[in-house]
Design a protein around this ligand. Structure first.
Ligand code: 13P
Ligand code: SF4
Length: 329
């Protein structure tokens, strides 16, 4: 079967928009109508007119579209769960709030911010407490907004993103469960989650490339450990990394610290993967061209598969947190 040709036909004949994150396999990515970083995908899906969305990415991304546009039918060729999003659920979120309360911060004085890489149930808890969602491209703006409330920030689930933006903004942070974390002394209290893919990049990798090519630039995603971010020339979301690399002089060498599919796509003779281990996101790589075809075909046959459902109460509160982000970015 020529999956590409069939996918093109189904896209022409159905009122559907195919969406893909940059970390998708090339053959899937090439089929998409909308691509971008997490913030751009959320915004553009909301503005899109088609009633059907087929989202090639990880679970929280499809869920976020359903939450900000509940009238849409959202299908995912693979409902793959981001490893970081899986590190926190509603009860871990409650435990983090309890930790802060036990350390002298009243619940009404806590302003939670969740990275978009989290389940809708976590976003709903954040929304219910007056909090916001952020992504890697707007975290500084959202944290600044959160600080305007005069409350203490609880940042979940990515400790690296929380710490990296705290450092960038001249704020103090601590991580629950890591050393002594006194919420009274820190501006931002972080949950202890992380991305297993971005943990692969180390200061030794930066050192290796700098010794090999003294003029090389190092560009990394803010999910990398703060020890790596401290050594980088540029830190940004996936879209910001692409722009940075595109604007470099073609002779300028650059080593990029993010997922392999994206780095490989931006690869020229002067672009390097900042790791000796292939930094592949296993869940992003689950989606195949055949999965995309089957999902589109299921719409044509009137029996849609892998539809994203979020209960109305969760939608209501998660929507508050996501909309607060969209209003402030
Ligand atoms: P971006 O929002 O930068 O695309 O990041 C999404 C992600 O999952 C990074 O690991
Ligand atoms: Fe999640 Fe990391 Fe994969 Fe991004 S790269 S989807 S944060 S596991």
């Amino acid at each position: 079967m020529d999956y590409k040709a069939e996918i093109e036909r189904l896209k022409r004949e159905l009122p559907v928009t195919v969406v893909a994150h940059y970390y998708q396999r090339d053959e899937v990515f090439e089929m998409a109508d909308i691509t971008g970083d997490s913030l751009e995908l959320a915004r553009r899906c909301k503005a899109d007119d088609n009633p059907w969305v087929v989202f090639c990415g990880v679970g929280f991304m499809g869920q976020s579209v359903k939450v900000i546009a509940p009238e849409k039918r959202v299908l995912m060729p693979k409902i793959a769960c981001c490893a970081m999003a899986r590190m926190i659920d509603g009860s871990y979120f409650d435990d983090s709030v309890d930790y802060m309360v036990k350390h002298g911060i009243a619940k009404e004085d806590i302003l939670p911010i969740t990275y978009i890489n989290s389940d809708a149930t976590v976003k709903a808890k954040v929304g219910k407490m007056g909090g916001l969602v952020c992504t890697s491209s707007n975290a500084d703006r959202i944290i600044r907004k959160g600080l305007e409330s005069g409350k203490k920030i609880l940042f979940v689930p990515d400790r690296c993103l929380g710490q990296n933006f705290a450092i960038k903004m001249g704020l103090t942070s601590c991580v629950i469960g890591e050393g002594e974390c006194d919420p009274k002394k820190a501006d931002i209290v972080c949950f202890n989650g992380f991305c297993s893919v971005h943990q692969l990049f180390t200061p030794d990798d930066v050192d290796f490339y700098r010794r090999k090519y003294p003029d090389i630039k190092i560009a990394v995603h803010p999910e990398c450990d703060p020890s790596v971010v401290a050594l980088a020339d540029f830190v940004g979301s996936t879209s910001q990394l692409i722009r940075y690399v595109n604007e470099l002089d073609p002779d300028q060498k650059v080593a990029v610290g993010t997922e392999y599919n994206l780095v490989h796509r931006m690869r020229t003779k002067n672009t390097y993967v900042l790791s000796s281990t292939k930094p592949e996101c296993p869940t992003m790589n689950e989606t195949t061209l055949e999965d995309l075809y089957r999902t589109l075909k299921s719409i044509e046959e009137g029996e849609p598969i892998n539809e994203i459902e979020v209960d109305p109460k969760t939608v209501k509160y998660a929507n508050l947190a996501l909309e607060r982000m969209l209003e402030n970015s």
